[in-house]
Write a protein that binds this ligand. Structure first.
Ligand code: 13P
Ligand code: SF4
Length: 310
């Protein structure tokens, strides 16, 4: 048996022993997606975390995702293979600075993208993900101004789609801000038949060049439902692993970062490895712990999101 096969077998054994479920985001490395019990976007993963009857959730994603799982399922042990798997959007929005921003806009409803800390969620009226943000903002009472945090690119897109004026917190994703417009235009010239599909965390000038915009799951489903046979994909390349399996005959083209760098691979998501997944199932560490009053405050706007999401 190869070292990798032995590791996979050991993880499967630990999953049984621990009554654990492995949840993975589409940006995880292919070998992690292959061993996961469920792969999804942020909204689907939250729903799964809330409904699973496993005792242990091994969350192969980033910290705010595992934290959301803990908020929804406090009685379960939630482990994250690498505790340093953060997110630039969550880092861009410290809770105390956010509290000061809210105080400047006391009449505003606060909608926060799920890519934020529990302490920011606890200050929010409603949480959204990239798959339901437009729909949820459209449902807000028309007479209330709205503050949207922390992703300004997603916020601008939601503003455009919903027709609602939003006061934006200036956060951004270091991964989705690196795509080169020059490279995209060149690829469009080389492949005029291709559809450009993009995640809404991309900058607006790139979204303006896209034929379809959506969450990771929506992008994946679009490659299946669209009649096009070539796609230029503007999001983290981890998604290509599932796309290749779902549409093996279609052509998928990755867009390079500025100066040809490969900085469109999320450095946080990629901290998780099979070895670390094995170790966290073995030791049940690092586990997500949370202060109960904070958890309860953060839970309310997540529950509202789940109730309002279609
Ligand atoms: P999804 O909402 O598509 O899962 O995206 C989350 C994310 O972190 C994208 O960078
Ligand atoms: Fe955060 Fe961007 Fe990585 Fe998504 S891709 S987890 S938004 S840093």
């Amino acid at each position: 048996m190869s070292a990798d096969n032995a590791l996979v077998a050991a993880i499967e054994r630990l999953k049984q022993e621990r009554n654990a479920v492995v949840l993975a985001h589409y940006y995880q490395a292919p070998e992690i997606q292959d061993i996961a019990d469920f792969i999804g976007d942020s909204l689907e993963l939250s729903r799964k975390a809330a409904s699973t009857d496993a005792d242990v959730i091994a969350f192969c994603g980033v910290h705010f995702m595992a934290e959301t799982a803990k908020i929804l399922s406090p009685q379960k042990t939630v482990v994250l293979p690498d505790l340093n798997a953060g997110c630039s959007l969550a880092d861009d929005c410290p809770a105390d600075a956010f509290a000061a921003f809210r105080e400047q806009h006391p009449d505003h409803l606060v909608v926060s993208y799920i890519n934020c800390t529990a302490a920011v969620k606890a200050q929010s009226d409603l949480i959204c993900t990239s798959s339901n943000a437009v729909d949820l903002v459209r449902q807000l009472p028309a007479d209330r101004p709205v503050l949207f945090a922390p992703d300004q690119n997603l916020g601008r897109w939601v503003q455009q789609q919903s027709g609602r004026e939003l006061t934006l917190w200036p956060g951004r994703c270091i991964v989705h801000e690196t795509f080169s417009e020059e490279a995209l235009l060149q690829l469009k010239l080389e492949h005029p038949e291709a559809e450009v599909i993009a995640h809404p965390e991309c900058q607006v000038h790139l979204l303006d060049l896209a034929d379809f915009i959506g969450s990771t799951s929506k992008l994946l489903h679009h490659t299946e439902s669209s009649a096009a046979d070539t796609f230029i994909v503007l999001t983290e390349p981890g998604i290509l692993h599932q796309m290749k399996q779902r549409v093996p005959k279609k052509r998928l083209i990755d867009v390079p970062g500025l100066d040809g760098c490969s900085c469109n691979a999320c450095p946080y998501m990629r901290l998780n490895t099979l070895e670390k997944l094995h170790d966290c199932l073995d030791t049940l560490e690092p586990a997500i712990e949370m202060d109960e009053p904070l958890r309860q405050r953060a839970l309310e706007p997540i529950k509202r999101m789940l109730a309002l999401s279609r």
